[in-house]
Design a protein around this ligand. Structure first.
Ligand code: SRM
Ligand code: SF4
Length: 699
């Protein structure tokens, strides 16, 4: 398409969407006259479709949120949230964003702020600043399975330095976040991502978000199949109407070829799932009521926090390891609102089993059930978990079966779940190695960022982002293992055995300074919390290799999935946190609120009695999560309330150490790299030394 044609379409399109009457007139006009300019023929192609569900007697204000072809229009108007109106009037997520991006102001208006999310970006401002607001945009990529090519990694790294806050953030859904991009640079940054074969399309907004799958590049049939399925689901649910490419690369298409089975499944309308003439056959004009999340994995591997997703998909293989089909779980979600018991985190529950060739049809049927029935009046209750909760799983299943066109089989029996981190060195299974690197809270910055870039560039590595905010370096030859290990360690990225086990499984969301919803610190607060937990562990006599899953968020939305943690801290007021207990190391049970409004400085008053009681009352190897569930919150609360300090008999023994200044400084510097105190590091060295001597004796 020529630039002139594109701009005249853009102008016509803007006029069209700005004036609702014109929308309708133009639409009816096209139909009646059937003679229109080539510009308008293109318009009809991509832009008239959104209104194809309006009957001529209906005003645009009553475009239905959803409309399968069979459905009758009703005169009854249900209340809809503001965002539904913005979507309806946007001409497929274009207007007024297209105009707002051209103004000189540093920010965009309310409607555009909602729409830009569908393009993968959020408007933010620095909440540390007093006085005026400095606006910037956060960009989030979409990387099914966390896969990031070498080219894209290097492009993102450069963009962070040139246009962002010089950090990259690895997220809990296997994507990058790039913070701090100013409005005038948005197009350059977006188009650079697209031209480097990346995408931010649909990373945010009311549609399918990044599809999770185990990040490990293990060459095994089930893993490969899980990853291929995640890619296909992501492709199936990618928006089709071209708004993204129109906005950022002037309509040029950069989509890679889709597998034919994905195209076939998307276009199939045998069971009334699609808007047949729409530019968005699955989403229609209104997209979904709310964000939608899918994870795919293989039995035992719960690196994806499967049950927190709207749909959890698990590959089921036969005795020869050949994938045959999938178990499906539905209705997970974390977000809630403080003091509103009608909002809650929820685990996904089993829906059924489907043979492998049906997976895309089954996923589409679930998405369409939520599209048609999810609430659009109050966004607090729009997630699919609330639909399933109000209907019950049986009714939900039977509605999905209507769109799927078949009955689900019963789910297959699966083994127990485990949390797999993939940290450290592993065989891929094809002669190459991969190395999982722990990055505290996924924040890639400073020396570590420089080193990661150097390694990835020098060895031409592809990488994967894990759902635990870590990074996996892939396709490594064994001769590169040593130089890579040394280079990583020199920048503070230590092998997992040298990182405090508490840090390895901990996660915190970004919260302050940029998240507009943060009530308390999370990412900036967690290093201190973990140190304090370790100090309490030492005080009550828990060994250094003991750990629990700690997750911290700055508000109840649950971005770091704190409601699955053994110890979840959820910001609930200035410098205060709710304490959640009862999650387990394998991420299979939902935590519950233990205490509210515990002041940041008072956390030890709760930690000390809890950890001391765990240490003294636990069954052999019982995890903290299992322990809190077994003992019960009432009993634990009583212990916390009556706590008078550690009984003398179980106090620790002090070992005073004096060193010369030089040794202290060296230990202190090393400790800081490892995010520990000098005291902690010294104790660790002594403990390891004593243990190695003991082992030596017993051999
Ligand atoms: Fe989240 C909103 C960060 C994973 C539940 N999330 C936000 C926003 C965009 C704030 C906003 O709306 O303006 C945060 C941007 C902060 C910043 O400055 O960067 C934000 N969410 C994140 C990330 C970066 C956290 C992280 O530490 O990595 C994760 C990015 C994921 C991605 O790459 O796609 C992230 N968010 C999650 C998860 C975990 C997951 O998906 O596995 C959840 C809980 C699961 C769920 O969806 O139920 C989650 N985020 C939310 C919610 C609550 C949704 C709800 O159902 O109520 C919001 C607020 C909203 O949507 O209204 C939110
Ligand atoms: Fe922001 Fe709340 Fe998500 Fe943290 S949990 S990133 S504070 S929305």
């Amino acid at each position: 398409m020529s630039t002139t044609a594109a701009s005249s379409i853009a102008a016509a399109n803007t006029a069209l969407v700005k004036d609702p009457k014109l929308q309708l007139k133009s639409f009816n006009g096209f139909r009646k006259n059937a003679s229109y300019s080539s510009t308008y023929s293109l318009l009809l192609d991509t832009r008239i479709h959104p209104f194809s569900s309006i009957s001529s007697s209906t005003s645009p204000a009553v475009i239905r949120a959803v409309s399968t072809p069979a459905k009758q229009e009703t005169a009854v108007q249900t209340k809809r949230s503001k965002v539904e109106i913005f979507k309806e009037q946007s001409n497929f997520i274009r207007y007024p964003l297209n105009e707002e991006l051209l103004t000189d102001t540093p920010n965009i208006n309310e409607a555009a702020t909602q729409l830009i999310k569908f393009h993968g970006s959020y408007q933010q401002y620095d909440r540390d600043e007093r006085g005026g607001r400095t606006y910037s945009f956060m960009l989030r990529t979409k990387n099914p399975c966390g896969k990031v090519s070498n080219q894209l990694y290097l492009a993102m790294d450069t963009l962070a330095d040139d246009f962002g806050i010089k950090t990259l953030r690895l997220t809990t859904r296997q994507t990058f976040q790039l913070h701090g991009v100013v409005k005038k640079d948005l197009k350059t940054v977006m188009s650079t991502i697209i031209k480097n074969m990346g995408s931010t399309l649909g990373a945010c907004g009311d549609l399918n978000r990044n599809v999770l799958a185990p990040a490990a590049p293990i060459v095994r049939k089930d893993y490969l199949f899980a990853q291929e399925t995640a890619d296909n689901i992501a492709a199936l649910l990618t928006p089709q109407s071209g708004f993204y490419y129109d906005m950022w690369v002037d309509g040029e298409q950069f989509m890679t070829a889709e597998p034919p089975e994905v195209v076939k499944a998307r276009n199939d309308n045998s069971h009334g799932t699609n808007f047949p003439d729409s530019a968005e056959p699955i989403y229609g004009t209104q997209f979904l009521p709310r964000k939608f999340k899918v994870a795919v994995t293989v039995p035992t591997d719960n690196s994806v926090d499967l049950l927190t997703n709207d749909i959890g998909v698990v590959v089921v293989s036969d005795e020869n390891g050949e994938p045959q089909g999938f178990n499906l779980y539905v209705g997970g979600g974390m977000g809630r609102t403080h003091r509103m018991e009608t909002t809650f985190p929820r685990l996904a529950e089993p829906l059924g089993y489907v043979p492998k060739e049906d997976i895309l049809y089954a996923v589409k049927a679930i998405v369409v059930t939520q599209r048609e029935n999810g609430r659009r009046d109050d966004r607090r209750y729009s997630r699919m978990k609330y639909l399933i909760d109000s209907w019950g799983i049986d009714k939900f299943r039977s509605v999905v079966e209507g769109y799927y066109g078949k009955k689900f089989e019963s789910p297959k029996q699966l083994p127990e779940w485990e949390f797999k981190s993939y940290l450290g060195w592993h065989e891929q299974g094809d002669g190459r190695l991969f190395c999982g690197v722990h990055v505290d809270n996924g924040r890639v910055k400073g020396e570590m960022k420089k080193t990661l870039r150097e390694i990835i560039e020098k060895y031409n590595l592809n990488v994967r982002i894990t759902p635990n905010q870590n990074i996996v370096l892939c396709d490594i030859r064994s001769s590169w293992k040593r130089p890579i290990t040394v280079a990583l360690a020199q920048s503070g990225l230590l092998p997992p055995t040298y990182v405090d086990p508490l840090n390895l499984t901990a996660m915190a969301c970004p919260a302050f300074p940029l998240c507009p919803l943060a009530i308390t610190e999370a990412e900036r607060g967690i290093p201190d919390f973990l140190k304090r937990i370790r100090v309490v562990f030492e005080k009550v006599g828990l060994p250094y290799n003991e750990s629990i899953v700690v997750r911290v968020t700055g508000c109840p939305n649950g971005c770091a999935r704190p409601y699955m943690a053994e110890l979840g801290l959820v910001g609930d007021g200035p410098n205060s946190y709710q304490i959640w207990l009862g999650g387990t190391p394998a991420q299979t049970s939902l935590a519950r609120t233990f205490m509210n409004k515990v002041k940041k400085d008072d956390l030890e008053k709760v930690f000390e009695p809890l950890f001391h009681t765990w240490k003294s009352m636990r069954k052999s190897k019982e995890s903290f999560g299992d322990f809190t569930n077994r003992v019960g919150f009432e009993k634990l609360q009583e212990i916390v309330d009556k706590w008078e300090g550690i009984p003398k008999s179980s106090s620790r023994y002090y070992l005073k150490l004096f060193t010369d200044a030089e040794t202290f400084e060296a230990v202190d510097a090393l400790a800081r790299v490892q995010n520990k105190t000098a005291h902690q590091l010294a104790m660790e060295v002594i403990r390891n030394f004593a243990a190695s001597q003991q082992n030596g004796k017993s051999q």
